[in-house]
Design a protein around this ligand. Sequence first.
Ligand code: F6R
Length: 378
Amino acid sequence: MMPSRFQSYKSFFKQLTLAVVLLTTLPILMGAKKEYTVPVEGLDSALRKPHRIPIKRMFPDKPKFATLKKSPDRTYTMDRPKPLKRQTWWTIPKELKNKAFACQFNKQHVIVVDKEKGGALVAQWMIDQLNEREARNLPTTFGLATGSSPIPVYENLVKAFREQKFKTDNLSTINLDEYIGLEPGDSNSYKQFMRQHLIADLELTDDQFHIFDSQAQSENDPEIQRLQKLLTQNPRHFQLLGIGENGHIGFNEPDDTLSAETPTRIVKLTESTRKANAPYFGGDTTKVPTHARTLGPKDILHAERIVVLAWGEKKKAAIANSILGPIKPQVPASLLQKHLNVVWVMDAEAAATLFKQGGRVTREMARQFPTLFQTPEK
Ligand code: F6R
């Protein structure tokens, strides 16, 4: 007997449903079985809840949670990754209402605020995180930067420390980078910069303050290995960054090979960076060292939270390219798009191109920063 038209429709839909179910569940089932094996070094100290950690600590571009199984050969196996939500860990206090604007561009958090208030705001986030961890008896590590951008943050940290708003007994710091070829006591070394602007005032000992040596490199550069070990032993809970006019972070200069996997290493500085830093060397670019040691994007991206500071018009192009543009090695800070917990804190001048290209200006912002957002006269 010939099947009725109704029956053939029915079997067709049955097969279609089966195909859809198979197509949607198969990748999930395969994904659930997928396992990543990670080296154990440093992980023990990173794991407070031994069996559940964000994979992004190890694979910044796989932002998922995983359950870890420890194997006898001291490697961890992860399975059943689950999506990790973007966190909003920062707050803007009431007194900054209408003075600090939080917005999102290309899924990244941007806060527009003037330099002085921005410095106080970021210092407060760092103090909150430190105190919150201190209350749970946990040590904290901050990744720090030099240059002019973090100075307002450091000033506020020093002020708050003098007012006994936090303790530093359980704090350690690791700096991003250091020139190569300067004498240990050279006032232009980043070690001296940090001592002068923060470390001495926070009463941090040499065991708590870590930075590359500024001595010239030798064959296998044990200095890189030394810092690399410190990084694994002290996972950073907070990383402060500045951004170069050419989009560099740390001393990771634009080039064709840079990626989120580029490790901590020795780099050659570009002429534009040496020129930008010449004022610290009496305006003489030839006195600026040609090489430096820097944390690579791979290690920068392993920090739990990242704040990038940018003040002034000179940064506006780098900011727009890093936040709105595609991720590419010629704009090193664009690699930060791979991290889920980055907050960009900048003044209106640094935000200018971003807002022009992104085109989202609230009425309140336009009122607050009239010169920046006024419509050109016809
Ligand atoms: C410094 C560093 C650099 C600076 C950048 C911006 O440790 O890593 O990437 O953050 O060159 O410098 P400033 O803040 O002086 O504009």
